[in-house]
Design a protein around this ligand. Structure first.
Ligand code: PLP
Length: 423
């Protein structure tokens, strides 16, 4: 049996069935665009651990910073004995997130925890209960964030009841609704006004480009109109930049592409080169509304994760990974556009920077999850790590590490092109 086969047998006996894996090969090592499994097979990485290893896996500065930090101390709990790394990460987040206003940050362990805390802060600040989210949204797998997440299978099925005071508004999805940003925003605002009531809204929470829901890029002006409405209604506009953040879309964050300065920004994933860290950053008067001791947790802003984040952010600056993401777009988008044609299943190419997707429809214009899964499977068989997404499971997404070299990127695109041609 192969080494992966051995591990798979042990896994089946030891790991809960509900935790799935996309492939059944087990990792030995990984770098900036490739992964090697325990049988010595090399894979091309178009997943980056779901948009996490933007600086690459085992990035040299991150490795060095982590090693230095674990030799000094691994944990004290910032709520017990504080340390500089936590403060420095908050300083970086305050400087890098959109908006030149005075900001404060708090650190957590995961994206879901950041979103939960953004909702806590918004409710505390406004004294209101309601949270508005959107069709196709994904905000995590904890109970509150499952209430915020849209898709039933596999995320929500039989895990309810979910937290109350969560309301869903229609998203701008240009391929399917054909609406301008202004019209899609007017439709969403009408739902909020009629079904929730402006005076009840604590937060409007949205991914500036939706991730798991299908890499949905809202029509221009949609986000800005919602942010304006939220401000006028006295609600907090929260951008979930957990998948879009840290150079992924060709800028540090995606909200500025639509001219938006969110009141609060949730971050995680790409922040720390693969170590678990998350943050909520926003207007000082909103963040500081919460009483002392109201935010925290044992591991939030762990010193090793903070050291990794500082090194990852330094790497993003030094290698100009925002420009690298735009370069990936310049190379990949025309290749993907070449796959879209009247005959084939690729109905649209969309996304920004190194967050790109193709949506697969059948001849009648309906979502085609079977063909999508077949394309992904062919890619996996050819050694390309590639994810699908979408409420209808009909979107293939590209999330390569931003440090991927052009040759590896090109080889991955060749595999995808061949898989689409075969579908
Ligand atoms: C936009 C968005 N929000 C929240 C989350 C949840 O993050 P985590 O899995 O770290 O809890 C994710 C994860 O995929 C995400 O893409």
């Amino acid at each position: 049996m192969s080494a992966s086969g051995d591990l798979h047998a042990r896994r089946t006996a030891a790991v809960a069935r509900g935790v799935g894996s996309m492939i059944s090969s087990y990792v030995d090592s990984a770098g900036g665009g490739t992964m090697t499994d325990v049988d010595g097979r090399e894979w091309i990485d178009f997943a980056a651990g779901i948009a996490v290893t933007n600086v690459g896996n085992a990035a040299p500065r991150v490795v060095e910073a982590v090693r230095a930090q674990v030799e000094r101390f691994t944990h004290t709990c910032f709520m017990i004995a504080p340390y500089e790394g936590y403060v420095a990460v908050c300083e970086r987040l305050n400087a890098l997130t959109p908006g030149s206003f005075d900001k404060r940050s708090a650190l957590f362990n995961s994206g879901a925890e950041a979103v939960e805390n953004a909702v806590k802060v918004a409710r505390h600040h406004t004294g209101r209960p309601a949270v508005v989210v959107f069709d196709h949204a994904y905000h995590g797998r904890t109970n509150l964030t499952l209430a915020l997440t849209a898709k039933n299978m596999p995320y929500k099925h039989r895990f309810g009841p979910f937290a109350p005071e969560v309301y869903r508004a229609p998203m701008s999805y240009p391929l399917h609704d054909g609406l301008s940003g202004a019209d899609a925003a007017a439709r969403a605002i009408d739902v909020i006004d009629k079904q929730v009531g402006a005076a009840n809204v604590a937060a409007v929470l949205i991914e500036p480009i939706q991730g798991e829901g299908g890499f949905v890029v809202p029509a221009p002006g949609f986000l800005a109109a919602l942010a304006d409405w939220a401000r006028g209604a006295g609600a907090v506009f929260v951008a979930d930049e957990i998948q879009t953040g840290f150079c992924r879309t060709g800028d540090w964050f995606a909200s500025p592409h639509d001219g938006v300065e969110p009141d609060l920004v949730c971050t995680a994933k790409g922040i720390a080169g693969g170590l678990p860290l998350a943050g909520v950053t926003g207007r000082a008067e909103i963040m500081d509304a919460v009483h002392v001791g109201g935010l925290g947790g044992t591991y939030g802003g762990n010193p090793v994760a903070c050291a990794a984040a500082l090194a990852a952010i330094e790497t993003m600056h030094e290698l100009d990974l925002c420009a690298a993401a735009r370069r990936i777009e310049d190379i990949a988008k025309p290749r993907l556009a070449g796959l879209a044609g009247a005959e084939g299943p690729v109905a649209e190419v969309r996304g920004r920077g190194a967050m790109l997707a193709i949506e697969i429809l059948d001849a009648a214009g309906r979502p085609d999850p079977a063909t999508t899964a077949a394309i992904a499977k062919t890619c996996h068989a050819a050694g390309l790590l590639l994810l699908t997404c979408g409420t209808y499971g009909n979107v293939i997404r590209l999330l390569p590490p931003l440090v991927i070299d052009e040759d590896t990127l090109g080889r991955g695109l060749d595999i995808l092109a061949a898989a689409v041609a075969e579908a």
